[in-house]
Ligand binder design. Structure first.
Ligand code: GDP
Ligand code: MG
Length: 162
C-alpha cells in the first residue's frame, strides 16, 4: 500500500499547481477561479525512487457564506485519508482565518504535516515564508509551485514525514 500525501489549503493558494509540479506534468486543473478542482483527485507518482499517492483537494463552491465550512469539510476528509498532510498557504497573502481553522483540524488529527509556503517566487519574498512560523506547524518550506523553486526540498521533507 502506497503512502498517501494529501495537499490541502484554501482555494487559490496553488494546490493544483503544486500537484502538477510533483507529477512533472499538467494534469491537475489550475485556474484563477477557485473551486475548479473536483473534491479529491488521486495521482500515483514517485520522488527519489519512493512511490506515493498524491491527493489534490478542492471542489468547494465559491459561496461567501459557505466557503469556510466547505473548506473545512474537504480538508477534514482529506486529512483523515492521508498519511502525511501538505498544508499549502499563500505566503504572498499570509495566514488567514481560514488557514488557522485548517491548522486546528490538522492538529486534532495528529497526522504529520509539512507546511508549504507557496508563491515564494524569488528570494525577495523569502520573508513571507518565515512569517508563517506563526501558524505553529513548524518550519515553513518556501516554494514556488509555478516555477519549481524549492519543490525538491519540499518533497524531501514530505517523504521524511511518511
Ligand atoms: P488551488 O485552487 O489551490 O488548486 O490553486 P491553483 O493551483 O489553481 O492556482 C491558483 C492560482 O495561483 C493560479 O493562477 C496559479 O497560476 C497561481 N499560482 C500557483 N502557484 C503559484 C506560485 O508559486 N507563484 C505564483 N506567483 N502564482 C502561483
Ligand atoms: Mg485546485
Amino acid at each position: 500500500v502506497l503512502p498517501v500525501v494529501a495537499i490541502i489549503g484554501r482555494p487559490n493558494v496553488g494546490k493544483s499547481t503544486l500537484v502538477n509540479r510533483v507529477l512533472g506534468r499538467r494534469e491537475a486543473v489550475v485556474q484563477d477561479v477557485p473551486g475548479v478542482t473536483r473534491d479529491r483527485v488521486r495521482y500515483t507518482t514517485e520522488w527519489a525512487g519512493t512511490p506515493f499517492v498524491v491527493v489534490d483537494t478542492g471542489g468547494w463552491e465559491v459561496d461567501v457564506h459557505g466557503l469556510d465550512a466547505r473548506v473545512a469539510e474537504q480538508a477534514e476528509i482529506a486529512i483523515e485519508l492521508a498519511d502525511v498532510v501538505v498544508f499549502v498557504v499563500d505566503a504572498s497573502v499570509g495566514a488567514t482565518g481560514t488557514d488557522e481553522a485548517v491548522v486546528k483540524l490538522i492538529r486534532r488529527s495528529g497526522k504529520p504535516v509539512v507546511l508549504a509556503a507557496n508563491k515564494v517566487d524569488d528570494e525577495r519574498t523569502e520573508a513571507d515564508a518565515a512569517a508563517l512560523w506563526s501558524l505553529g506547524l513548524g518550519e515553513p518550506h518556501p516554494v514556488s509551485a509555478l516555477h519549481g523553486r524549492g519543490s525538491g526540498d519540499l518533497l524531501d521533507a514530505v517523504l521524511k514525514a511518511v
